[in-house]
Design a binder for this molecule. Structure first.
Ligand code: ATP
Ligand code: MG
Length: 553
């Protein structure tokens, strides 16, 4: 494209459209054009090589999946609206697999008989379907995307740790070979469960994930579960007192009305956990971390409705608080531990209480870290400064444990003839996200700058104008092809300006220009796209140089 596509939200999105890697068919649905598909295939090759190296064996599992195995695991319900569901002509329920734990566990229970057959690493590179609520940034959050997913099966936790570590190493090699700048973070399992889990992140301004990284030690975590030390404050206001706060409901409204900083407020949040109301208290300058709440209380927990709040507290949200409530468990964020003098709702519309002190004015069942970290917090390990950065999640490794093997009955026979559930792990890499994050990281004002390893072509040969030069270029192109180098020839009838611009836009790492100098001195121009440096070389030297560069990779 000559113009920038208007719909593009991020650099990767804009350049993928502009350079002709993809075209959109519908929301979150993309066609890969030849250049984009070549990049994905190169990524797949690297992924395959590294998965094979750790002993993985490749499968190809169906996308279409009958609902019964999802009902057995409980995810027919828990996956919710993200699951694409359909019915066949006989009325049987099916889904388009968003991930393949159920299919793998089913295969394992049919085929694994004895401890002698374990461990196993099974993987595939396959299309996944997820009805994402907000498909965006082109292929970074698509509704149909390509994932390398692998699953490990072991007899015990030690085995699982070994398999998990093998994946950590393989992922490190894969992202390094793809030329990415990345790091791993502690992660939450989401719908997968609550086992040990890490994500691989590529820092990038348009990334949808927020990660917390300590500037002094090695602590790195996804914001949704990150731990941190809040700044501590002291309050002198110890008198429990009711004050009128007409119409003031939010933290901002109450703190500006009472002329106190927001950290003096106690946000009172009513939740429902399996039909039981529970109270969660978060300091006014923080948000509740929903992921931590889910992790601690289980998937069934949800915020109470307005009606439930009114029934339980006899006041509207914004005026509720923990003082005077009976038979409700109260959980306070750790920021409240041994602290006093807060402001919270009075369970009476248009009134708040000041000087509220935990343990004196109400009993706390447990102090738990339930807040979302924010700027100013310190590292819990070394008290260092924390930085908050945006990133794209390119991979996720996860210890499933026995969740699926127990619910679906996948067992192995032990030495003593007993049967035990297989201990499993699950590991994913988004191929398109590798492509998008490479674009985001290295693009410049001229276009994409591919890392050599995943570039659709390593070299582009550009002849200028005349027939004679085209002939010479064709020979160079053929020579490089013979050497097994992926090379593209720009034989279009276009001006040099257009050819150079397009070569830059599609990001081919090296450009060989066959122009005037070739006619005069038999030399070609070798241009390094990323370094923006040009050298003039004889044909033999050029060929040697290209050969060296490509074999290094
Ligand atoms: P997110 O939190 O971004 O939705 P996820 O936790 O749902 O990701 P996993 O289920 O762990 O992702 O999937 C494994 C990998 O698949 C991710 O690390 C990511 O690289 C890729 N992936 C997940 N969802 C998408 C999507 N909608 N489009 C493209 N790639 C995706
Ligand atoms: Mg997701």
């Amino acid at each position: 494209m000559r113009e920038n596509p208007k719909e593009a939200e991020t650099t990767a999105h804009r350049l993928m459209l502009k350079a002709g890697l993809v075209r959109m068919l519908g929301a979150g649905i993309y066609s890969y054009l030849p250049l984009g598909w070549k990049v994905l295939q190169n990524i797949a090759t690297i992924v395959r090589e590294e998965m094979n190296r750790i002993g993985g064996v490749e499968f190809f599992l169906p996308v279409l999946s009958p609902s019964d195995i999802w009902e057995e695991s409980g995810r027919w319900d828990s996956f919710g609206d993200e699951l694409f569901r359909l019915k066949d002509r006989k009325g049987r329920s099916l889904c388009l697999s968003p991930t393949h734990e159920e299919i793998i566990t089913h295969l394992a229970r049919q085929n694994i008989k004895s401890y002698k057959e374990l461990p196993q690493i099974w993987y595939q590179i396959q299309t996944k379907f997820r009805d994402e609520p907000r498909p965006r940034s082109a292929v970074v959050r698509a509704r149909q995307f390509i994932m390398k997913d692998s699953y490990t099966m072991d007899t015990d936790e030690d085995g699982l740790n070994r398999s998990y570590n093998l994946h950590f190493e393989a992922y490190t090699k894969i992202f390094t070979r793809c030329g990415l700048d990345f790091f791993s973070v502690e992660a939450s399992g989401g719908v997968m469960g609550t086992g040990k889990s890490e994500e691989f992140m590529v820092p990038c301004a348009s990334g949808e994930d927020r990660v917390v990284r300590c500037t002094s030690c090695n602590y790195r975590a996804n914001l949704v579960i990150s731990d941190s030390k809040p700044v501590e404050f002291k309050s002198e206001d110890l008198n429990l007192k009711e004050v009128s706060t007409p119409g003031k409901k939010t933290v901002e409204e109450v703190s500006s009305f009472l002329k106190v900083p927001s950290h003096r407020l106690m946000k009172s949040l009513l939740y429902t956990n399996n039909n039981k109301p529970i109270f969660i208290l978060i300091r006014g300058d923080y948000e509740a971390a929903e992921e931590k709440i889910k992790r601690h209380f289980g998937e069934a927990i949800r915020q109470a409705t307005e009606e439930e709040i009114l029934n339980t507290c006899k006041a509207d949200a914004g005026f509720i608080g923990p003082v005077g409530l009976e038979n409700i468990e109260i959980y306070a964020d750790t920021a409240f531990c041994k602290k006093h003098g807060f402001i919270t709702g009075a369970n009476k519309n248009n009134y708040h209480l000041t000087g509220v002190t935990p343990e004196r004015d109400f009993k706390v069942k447990e102090y738990i870290d339930l807040k979302l970290s924010h700027r100013g917090d310190r590292c819990i390990h070394c008290n260092g400064e924390l930085e908050f950065i945006n990133a794209i999640e390119v991979g996720h490794i996860f210890q499933l444990g026995k969740k699926y093997s127990i619910s679906m009955g996948a067992t192995f026979g032990t030495k003593d003839g007993a049967r035990l559930p297989i201990v499993m792990g699950s590991y994913g890499i988004g191929l398109e996200r590798i492509m998008a994050s490479a674009i985001e990281t290295f693009a410049d004002s001229d276009g994409i700058c591919w890392p050599l390893s995943i570039a659709p072509f390593k070299v582009i040969v550009v002849p200028l104008d005349s027939k004679e030069l085209l002939e010479a270029a064709l020979n160079i192109y053929k020579k490089l092809l013979q050497e097994g180098i992926e090379v593209l020839l720009d034989d279009r009838d276009q001006t040099p300006g257009v050819k150079f611009k397009d070569a830059d836009l599609i990001g081919i790492p090296f450009r060989i220009t066959v122009g005037e100098r070739y006619r005069e001195k038999n030399k070609v121009e070798l241009y390094d796209r990323r370094e923006k440096k040009t050298v003039y070389l004889s044909l033999e030297d050029m060929q040697r140089r290209i050969g060296e560069i490509c074999s290094r990779e």
